[in-house]
Design a protein around this ligand. Structure first.
Ligand SMILES: [Fe+2]
Ligand SMILES: [Fe+2]
Length: 194
């Protein structure tokens, strides 16, 4: 991780995201780094995955599905209706192509940061959690102190609590759910008894 040109990556991201999303990106990056410290994980790798997790957020609407077709990425019914969800799948392509990332752990963390999945790797969990609890989030959702605390002591329990909140939020607003969101929630709730 020593040969990473942080300045160049940050500049590129600044140019492809809006100000609010860039602030969120930095929040996820530093939160992921802090969570990593608590779990003995590679801090710089988590920082990099955090920086890049939303790199495809602003791929223009009309390019999202054609880009998936070009790279042989399957599009679910739910993603077809809400193409914004595709930014995690497209993020893998952009991280590889525009930022030269080949580390499968980082690519996996980008891929699964929106829905989560059963049996996530440590970095996948760290980015999933950091995306939800980073401090700038407080402007749109209230994050219980308990959830933030578990990020530093129990990744599985923290994931379960976040997933449960997301699933009930989506249910309350009758929003369509990606089947992986449900599977992930069931897996982590069963694993931790949440
Ligand atoms: Fe995202
Ligand atoms: Fe995000």
């Amino acid at each position: 991780m020593c040969d990473i040109n942080w300045k160049e990556i940050e500049e590129k991201l600044k140019n492809s995201l809006n100000e609010e999303r860039y602030r969120h990106t930095l929040g996820v990056s530093y939160t992921a780094a802090a969570i990593s410290m608590a779990h003995g994980y590679d801090v710089q790798k988590a920082r990099l995955a955090g920086l890049l997790h939303d790199c495809a957020k602003y791929v223009a609407k009309e390019y999202r599905i054609p880009m998936c077709e070009e790279y042989g990425i399957g599009v679910s019914e739910c993603e077809e209706e809400n193409t914004g969800l595709l930014h995690s799948k497209l993020g893998v392509i952009i991280a590889e192509r525009n930022y030269g990332i080949s580390d499968p752990e980082i690519l996996g963390a980008i891929r699964w940061h929106t829905t989560g999945k059963p049996e996530m790797s440590i970095l996948e969990q760290i980015i999933y959690i950091a995306d939800y609890i980073e401090p700038n989030r407080d402007t749109d959702i209230e994050i219980p102190t308990e959830i933030r605390g578990y990020a530093f002591t129990d990744l599985d329990r923290c994931c379960a609590l976040i997933m449960k909140r997301i699933v009930s939020y989506l249910k309350n607003f009758s929003r369509k759910m990606d089947e992986m969101t449900v599977k992930a929630c069931e897996f982590y709730c069963l694993k931790t008894g949440v």
